[in-house]
Design a binder for this molecule. Structure first.
Ligand SMILES: CC(C)(COP(=O)(O)OP(=O)(O)OC[C@H]1O[C@@H](n2cnc3c(N)ncnc32)[C@H](O)[C@@H]1OP(=O)(O)O)[C@@H](O)C(=O)NCCC(=O)NCCS
Length: 170
């Protein structure tokens, strides 16, 4: 049995409409559903198109571990093709992070589908799943130079938290 089947916070797939095209007059159906290993190629391709790095092995190990994260990660799909995703996690007391804290690990939307509210839909769904499993605070770690992500999380209501990142070059 898929370990996610045991997870009561697992969403069934949900459909939404977004507008796009000239003057945003075309309506497109977006489906949000749990991300699975079958999505590896699509996710790695979106990541490559956004960051210019081939990281299939990295994504393979990340997708393998999504079953241990307390909440399912999500794919946004149009006409059977993944165009965006969000990976989240309900914490289990690691790195001093208490159990009531959830983490957004990664979010990405293919360039041609950005600016249409798809990340907002993905985030809203992740937010409600995290809330359902008892999370009351969500952390996200963002490179301060990555303007799009900073703006996005600002719009989602995130503010600077109490954690700071320390680093030592070796
Ligand atoms: C940041 C990112 C996730 C936003 O996705 P998106 O689907 O375009 O975002 P949405 O359309 O849902 O926007 C939601 C809100 O964030 C704001 N926002 C999103 N991207 C923005 C940007 N680049 N500049 C300013 N505001 C932005 C929108 O204006 C919107 O605000 P509103 O609700 O007030 O209108 C997307 O640009 C992306 O995937 N960037 C690359 C991320 C990355 O490198 N991930 C790691 C590798 S996969």
């Amino acid at each position: 049995m898929d370990p996610l089947e045991k997870n009561s916070s697992r969403p069934s797939s949900k459909d939404y409409l977004v507008t796009h095209g000239p003057q945003r007059k075309t309506l497109e159906k977006i489906t949000l559903r749990p991300l699975s290993m079958k999505d590896l190629d699509d996710v790695a391709q979106i990541d490559f198109s956004l960051l210019g790095k081939q990281r299939k092995e990295y994504w393979e190990s990340k997708l393998e571990r999504t079953v241990e994260t307390g909440v399912p990660s999500l794919a946004a799909e149009i006409d059977g093709k993944v165009i965006g995703f969000i990976l989240g996690k309900a914490s289990s007391w690691e790195y001093g992070i208490p159990e009531n804290v959830g983490l957004i690990d990664t979010i990405g939307v293919a360039k041609e589908w950005q600016g249409k509210g798809i990340s907002h839909l993905l985030f809203k769904e992740m937010y409600s799943m995290l809330k359902k499993v008892g999370i009351d605070t969500i952390y996200v770690f963002v490179d301060r130079k990555q303007w799009d992500l900073n703006k996005f999380f600002d719009r989602m209501g995130f503010v600077r938290g109490d954690m700071i990142n320390l680093e030592l070059k070796i």
